[in-house]
Ligand binder design. Sequence first.
Ligand code: HEC
Length: 400
Amino acid sequence: MTRLTDLPIRTKFFGLMSLLLVAVLLATGIFTYQRQKSFIIRFAVDNARSFATQLIETREYMSSVVKGEPEQNYNLVPQVVATQVAKRVTQNSKFYVRQVSLRYRNPENRPDAYETAQLQNFIRNPTAEVYDIVRTGDTSSFRYLQPMRATISCLGCHGSYESAPDFVKKRFPPGHYSYDYKVGEVIGAVSVSIPVKDLYAELGANLKLDLLSRGIVFLIVIIVMGAIMSREIVHPVKMLSERIVQVTKTGNFEEKLPQRGHDEIGVLIGAFNDMMDELSRRTLQSREADERYRRFIEVAASAVITFLQDGKIVIANQKAESLFGRPRQALLGESIFSFLEEGDALQEKLAQQEEFKEETSRQRVRRADGTLTEVEMVVSASTTDREPMFTAILRERSRG
Ligand code: HEC
């Protein structure tokens, strides 16, 4: 498995950005959802309150103006009027409005469990309204209740049995619990409800649209950023590393990289080009020096051989060819020690002495034809930056 740090920058960038995208979308999604939810609850409360207020006002108005009319027309009973108004007002909405009482006259106005609890609560503490999300069975609803308190006009029909109009007396016998209210007493409540499903219907769709648009914007930003990064950083760096690999392989310092500007990457490429120039110059210089050295030893009066620590001959002049009795190809790459009678001893000496500088010794060279030639050999060491090199100057000892 590739390690995370080994992944291409572009992959890391897009991976990280995608994670960030998901996180941001999730966070804003949750935030927006919560905000819209509280917004929707506020909307529901405002609506419910407005319905309730309208109904209560309607009823109070009716209650204060009716004289004997309901006697002939039951539809003019304040409760009945308010119920009809409520129906019309909520016609085009999902809101459902009722008027309930613990001491109801009409069974249709019997409160359910939640309403009963709230009505009892209104009697105990004077509250302007209550609302909540309530679960009944497997549906949740938004519920709102606003209490109605008896005013003097209500007592005309909700006061004592004796003072009630005949049509009320007829329907509700003496002792019926819908009589004997006192002014200010909670007589009932307007109850508004709407299924949460209907209330939040818009929410889901809005949220999806919102997240989608945000996601698209963010995605575009990521892609543009990725493209800029790729163009400005990844591509030049890749080009640079490819060139370095190539230079290492071929040793060709000539080709330059195109430098686009003077930003950090531009400066890096400029520095690389300068380095290539410098390396190219130095290589040329050292080649020239090599060449000069070769030409110089070619004209030297003695045999000159340059070899490495292990004896491998790297340079040999023409005098060396004739001294060793071998063509240059037979010398180069071979160990100088194998051509000396006491080569092993010399090799050991060179290897042992760390600080070997220069030494003159007598050696006997084994020529190709098997004859031995006595020579005086001066070996001097030079250390290049890679490994120690030795130069041997061999002079044939005049026989005698
Ligand atoms: C003209 C007589 C009359 C007046 C005035 C009157 N009511 Fe009623 N009220 C009734 C009758 C009759 C009913 C039963 C309606 C039905 O059958 O649905 C009723 C029902 C109600 C109900 C519904 C619960 C139930 O008992 O079914 C409430 C709440 C209520 N009245 C409150 C009030 C308030 C508050 C006032 C004063 C603002 C008021 N009423 C004034 C006659 C009256």
